[in-house]
Design a protein around this ligand. Structure first.
Ligand code: CP3
Length: 343
């Protein structure tokens, strides 16, 4: 099996010098790709995730079309919840729904333990298949406990996370028990993906920014710390959104690197976080812009991030409206960068 240790992404995560940053994009496998839409017509979302052949194929699709430096395994953060007893559905046009939301201490107790290789072998199997089929490093991922709790308690997406916050404040002990259960599940899931050959793993805390500083510290941070304390053998990345006001908490999180959304200023991030690898952070909504604008924005980000410890990415995922030409323009702009020629 090939060795990923000299890949650009592994080097950037070790802060070794590179001539240009490695590039991949969150949601690089997804609905903006015609070849994904073709498979989407034939198979349901959960079937695409639970079938390792399909998951591997979808992971490889963007790597065939674009010179990305890494693939991210096709799966979803909500799958472990499905295995733990949540009745998860992806209905057309609806986004994820959980038909039996967690609303009481008894509901928390009823969630079953999660053993990744027993209950959800497909992402690991898909990682192993991808590693046989491409030399590109493959990233694993999972959802952070708070973000998973949001979907589990709410029963789906929300603008306010009303039920989640109400549960958190009115039943804090049950909420913390839930966070702990989720942390254990997620820690095992990330470790299993590393064991299967993932070059690094990313924890997605998409909804952390819904919390105040004090609620993040009390309810979300301890569970994230527990997740990262359970994982070893490959670098870990922590992505959260809309959390500029928590930047100063990041050093306590326990991740090896941080993925920034497009609102975060590099200078401030580097001042607060010091010498840690950072990933990001082009606004995904810039991808429909003219190629020259994309190029300027990409070069501005690379220049600010500096020559070591930067992985180029979007500040959030590709959307279904993302144009193929915009993805290509952003990658071209990264590939033409050469630190050895920058004075
Ligand atoms: O390409 C990749 O990045 C890898 C695969 C991936 C998916 N979901 C596939 C997917 C990853 C890393 C995720 C993470 C994920 N899933 C997050 C965290 C990151 C983020 O985007 O904030 C969250 C919150 C979820 C939960 C989830 N899954 C939602 C909210 C949705 C609906 C999204 C939408 O735009 O309708 C999904 C479905 C989903 N997961 C799709 C994909 C490609 C769309 C499925 C489809 O309709 O074909």
């Amino acid at each position: 099996m090939h060795d990923d240790s000299q890949s650009l992404i592994a080097k950037a995560l070790r802060k070794e010098p590179v001539t240009r940053p490695p590039v991949w994009m969150m949601r690089q496998a997804g609905r903006y790709l015609p070849e994904y839409m073709e498979l989407r017509r034939q198979y349901g979302f959960l079937e695409r995730c639970y079938n390792p052949e399909l998951a591997a194929e979808i992971t490889l699709q963007p790597l065939r079309r674009f010179p990305f430096d890494a693939g991210i395994i096709f799966s979803d953060i909500l799958l472990p919840l499905d295995c733990m007893g949540a009745d998860l559905h992806f209905r057309e046009g609806k986004g994820p729904q959980i038909d039996n939301p967690v609303r009481s201490a008894e509901d928390v107790d009823a969630l079953t333990d999660f053993e990744p290789e027993r209950d959800l072998p497909s992402p690991m199997e898909a990682i192993r298949l991808c590693r046989q089929r491409t030399d590109k490093p493959i990233l694993g991922f999972a959802g952070a406990p708070f973000t998973l709790a949001c979907y589990l308690i709410e029963g789906g997406g929300s603008k306010t996370w009303h039920h989640t916050k109400h549960f958190m404040w009115s039943q804090p002990e049950a909420f913390k028990k839930l966070m702990d259960k989720l942390a254990v599940a997620v820690g095992k899931h990330l470790q299993a993906q590393i064991n299967a050959g993932a070059v690094a793993v990313q924890l997605f805390d998409t909804w952390a920014g819904a919390l105040s500083r004090e609620d993040y510290l009390e309810f979300a941070l301890p569970a994230v710390q527990k997740v990262f304390s359970m994982v070893s053998g490959a670098p870990t990345l922590y992505f959260s959104r809309d959390t500029q006001c928590f930047l100063d908490f990041y050093p306590q999180v326990g991740a090896d690197a941080f993925a920034l959304d497009w609102r975060v200023d590099w200078t401030r991030a580097q001042q607060v976080l010091g010498d840690v690898p950072l990933q990001g952070n082009l606004d995904p909504i810039a991808l429909p812009a003219p190629p020259e604008i994309i190029r300027q924005k990409v070069h501005h980000i690379i220049q600010q991030a500096g020559p070591t410890g930067h992985i180029f990415n979007l500040g959030h995922g590709c959307t279904p409206q993302t144009p193929i030409s915009g993805v290509q323009a952003a990658i071209d702009a990264v590939l033409e960068w050469d630190w050895s020629k920058v004075g």
